[in-house]
Write a protein that binds this ligand. Structure first.
Ligand code: CAO
Length: 562
C-alpha cells in the first residue's frame, strides 16, 4: 500500500476554478477515471476524474475552494501496482509527476488548429486581419454538438465574449472570442457536430490584438504559424477547454453534476449555471427558451425579474406560477369595480396564511339539543337585557375551556420556528361579515366572562365592525378564531387559520337529524363544527381531542361550569 496524491490536471488554463461539488468522501473506494470533484469556472464545468484507483484517505479540498492546475484534491491509499489513468512511467513519483504533460494543450498543438484555420489576408490598412476561429481543444477527439450560436454576422464582440456553446454528453462549454473584433461570417449552424480544429466563424480582428496572444499563449515558435493561425491557436488556448491534457481528456465537464446544486438535470451553459447558483435560483423553475430547451442567460434574468416583481406585489407565494390574465370582455359584457382596501388586505392575509400554514381540518358534530332548549328558554331574558343569545356565546365559552385543556391550540410558533409561545390568556377572535369585507374583532379573556357578557360583547363588536368603528386594538391579540356561518347556512367548510394563531373553528348551521340512541332514532339538533389547524404545531390526535371535548361541552352545557 502507498499514498498517492491526486491533483487537478491541466484544465485548459482555467484559473481559479471553483469546487462546486465533492463526489467522494474519506473512506470511499474509487476507480481510475471515477469523478472526484466538479470544478466550475465562468466558462466550463468539469468533473475531475481520479488518476488512480484506491481508498480516499484525506480530502484536501472543500466546496467553494478555488483550484488551479496542480492543486492536490485528495490523497488515496493505493496498491503498490495501482493502475492509473496515465501511462507515464514516472507517475509514482508524486503529484508533480502525475500532472498531465502540457504538450497536448491547445496552444501546443498547432497542427490541428493550423489545418482548420485559414490564413486570412490582412486588411488593406494593415490594422486589422481576417481570421478563422476554430473549435478549441475540448478535451476529446470525439465530435461534440454545437448547441448555440451566441453571435450574429456583424456583431462587434469583445475578447472573451461567448461565440458558440458546445456540448458533449459530459460537458457544456462556451467558446469565447480570442480577441475583440467583428463577426464576418458564421461557418456552422446550431445542431452541427464539430471537432477540435473545425472552423466556427470568420472574424475581423485588429492585428495588434491578434499578435498579443502569440507571446502569451503559444509556446510555439512564432515562425510556426501565420497571424491568423496564431489567433486561432490563441482562441483554442483561451477557450477554456475543460480538459486538454491526456489525464483530463476523460475529465468530463459533467453538467448534470453541476445542475444538482441548482436543481437537477437542467440544460444550461456553465456561465448561466454559475450565475444561477450565485443568485440562489433553482434552475428547474426557469422557463427555457433556448434551442432544445436550453436555459439562456435571458431566461434566468427574466425569472429573477418576475420573482422580484411578484414579491413586490405580494403575490409571490413560493414561486407559484401566476394565474394567466384573461380578457373577460372577450366573452361578454363585464363591469370592473375597484376592490375595497379591506378586501385586498384580507386577500393578502388569506393567501399568506394559506401558503405558509399546512392546513388540516377536523370535522365533528355536537348534539346541541339541550343547549338550544336552554338558549330558547332565555330568549325573553335576553330581550329584557337588550341583547341576543345566539349559539355563539356558548361556542366561545366551550372553546375557552378546550383551549385551556389543550394548550397547544392557545400557542403560536416563535418567528424562527424554534419555540412554541404558550399564551396564558384566552382572547378569541370572531369573524364578522361586513359590507366592506371581513373583520375579526377579538373578545378578550373569554374564559373569565359569563354567557351574558359574551352575548353582549358579540353584539357590540359585530355592530362596531359593521359600522367600521372597531379600533385596531380591538382586532389584535387573538389566540384562536371562531368563524360562524350558522346564521347563513351550509353543512361544513374548511376555514383558513389566521397565523400566527394555530387553530380556527368553523361553525355551520345546526340541523335536526335522526340520531340512534341504542334503541331507536331520536330527533336531535346537531351542530356541525370544523376545526382547521396548523399541522406544524398541532397533530391529528391533538385536534381529535380538542374537537371531542368541544362536542362534549356543547352536548352537556353543565360542563361549561366545571
Ligand atoms: N345554527 C343554526 N342557527 C344559527 C347558528 C347555527 N350554528 N348560529 C346562529 N344561528 C342563528 C341565530 O340564533 C340567529 O337566529 P335568531 O335570530 O332566530 O336568534 C341567526 O342565526 C342569525 O345569527 P347571527 O349571525 O346574527 O348571530 P351569531 O351570533 O350567530 O353570529 C356573527 C354573529 C357576527 C359571527 C355573524 O353575524 C357573522 O357575521 N357571521 C359571518 C362570519 C363569516 O363571514 N365567516 C366566514 C369567515 S371566512 O370567509
Amino acid at each position: 500500500m502507498a499514498k498517492q496524491e491526486v491533483i487537478v490536471p491541466d484544465i485548459g488554463g482555467a484559473e481559479g476554478a471553483e469546487v462546486i461539488e465533492l463526489l467522494v468522501a474519506v473512506g470511499d473506494t474509487v476507480e481510475v477515471e471515477q469523478g472526484l470533484i466538479v470544478l466550475e469556472s465562468d466558462k466550463a464545468s468539469m468533473e475531475i476524474p481520479s488518476s488512480h484507483s484506491g481508498t480516499v484517505l484525506e480530502m484536501r479540498v472543500a466546496e467553494g475552494d478555488e483550484l488551479a492546475e496542480g492543486a492536490t484534491i485528495l490523497v488515496l491509499e493505493v496498491e503498490a501496482d495501482s493502475s492509473s489513468a496515465e501511462e507515464e512511467p514516472s507517475e509514482q513519483g508524486g503529484a508533480a509527476e502525475e500532472e498531465a504533460p502540457s504538450e497536448t494543450s491547445a496552444a501546443a498543438e498547432p497542427s490541428a488548429d493550423a489545418d482548420a484555420a485559414e490564413e486570412a489576408p490582412a486588411s488593406s490598412s494593415g490594422e486589422s486581419v481576417e481570421t478563422i476561429v476554430p473549435v478549441p481543444d475540448i478535451g476529446t477527439d470525439d465530435a461534440v454538438d454545437l448547441i448555440e450560436i451566441s453571435v450574429a454576422v456583424g456583431d462587434q464582440v469583445a475578447e472573451g465574449d461567448s461565440l458558440v456553446v458546445l456540448e458533449s454528453d459530459k460537458a457544456s462549454m462556451e467558446v469565447p472570442s480570442p480577441s475583440a473584433g467583428e463577426v464576418l461570417e458564421i461557418l456552422v449552424k446550431e445542431g452541427d457536430s464539430v471537432s477540435q480544429g473545425d472552423p466556427l466563424l470568420k472574424m475581423k480582428v485588429s492585428a495588434a490584438a491578434e499578435a498579443k496572444p502569440e507571446s502569451q499563449e503559444s509556446p510555439e515558435p512564432a515562425a510556426a504559424t501565420e497571424p491568423a493561425e496564431r489567433a486561432a491557436s490563441a482562441a483554442a488556448a483561451k477557450a477554456s477547454a475543460p480538459a486538454p491534457a491526456k489525464a483530463s481528456a476523460s475529465a468530463s465537464a459533467d453538467s448534470s453534476s453541476a445542475a444538482a446544486n441548482t436543481g437537477g438535470s437542467v440544460y444550461a451553459g456553465p456561465a448561466v449555471r454559475k450565475m444561477a447558483r450565485e443568485l440562489g435560483v433553482d434552475m428547474q423553475r426557469i422557463k427555457a427558451t433556448g434551442p432544445r430547451g436550453r436555459i439562456l442567460k435571458e431566461d434566468l434574468q427574466s425569472y429573477v425579474k418576475d420573482a422580484l416583481t411578484a414579491k413586490q406585489a405580494g403575490v409571490a407565494g413560493a414561486g407559484i406560477p401566476p394565474i394567466p390574465e384573461v380578457d373577460f370582455s372577450a366573452f361578454g359584457e363585464v363591469e370592473v369595480l375597484p376592490r375595497s382596501k379591506l378586501d385586498k388586505l384580507t386577500a393578502n392575509n388569506m393567501q399568506r396564511n394559506w401558503l405558509n400554514v399546512p392546513h388540516v381540518t377536523q370535522f365533528d358534530e355536537a348534539d346541541i339539543t339541550e343547549l338550544e332548549a336552554f338558549r330558547n328558554s332565555l330568549k325573553a331574558e335576553a330581550e329584557q337585557r337588550g341583547t341576543k343569545l345566539t349559539p355563539l356565546p356558548f361556542l366561545l365559552k366551550a372553546c375557552a375551556i378546550a383551549l385551556r385543556d389543550n394548550p397547544k391550540f392557545n400557542a403560536s410558533l416563535s418567528a424562527d420556528g424554534e419555540d412554541l409561545v404558550y399564551k396564558k390568556y384566552t382572547h378569541i377572535g370572531m369573524a364578522v361579515e361586513t359590507p366592506a369585507g371581513l373583520m375579526v374583532p377579538v373578545i378578550r379573556d373569554v374564559d373569565q366572562k359569563t354567557l351574558w357578557q359574551l352575548a353582549e360583547e358579540v353584539l357590540e363588536l359585530a355592530g362596531k365592525a359593521r359600522d367600521r368603528k372597531l379600533k385596531p386594538a380591538e382586532m389584535q391579540g387573538g389566540c384562536f378564531t371562531i368563524s360562524s356561518l350558522g346564521g347563513i347556512g351550509g353543512t361544513g367548510f374548511t376555514p383558513i387559520v389566521s397565523a400566527p394563531e394555530v387553530g380556527i373553528l368553523g361553525v355551520s348551521r345546526a340541523q335536526v337529524k335522526p340520531q340512534w340512541d341504542g334503541e331507536q332514532f331520536q330527533p336531535r339538533t346537531m351542530l356541525p363544527v370544523s376545526l382547521s389547524y396548523d399541522h406544524r404545531v398541532i397533530n391529528g390526535g391533538d385536534a381529535g381531542r380538542f374537537c371531542s371535548q368541544l362536542v362534549s361541552l356543547l352536548g352537556d352545557i353543565r360542563k361549561l361550569l366545571l
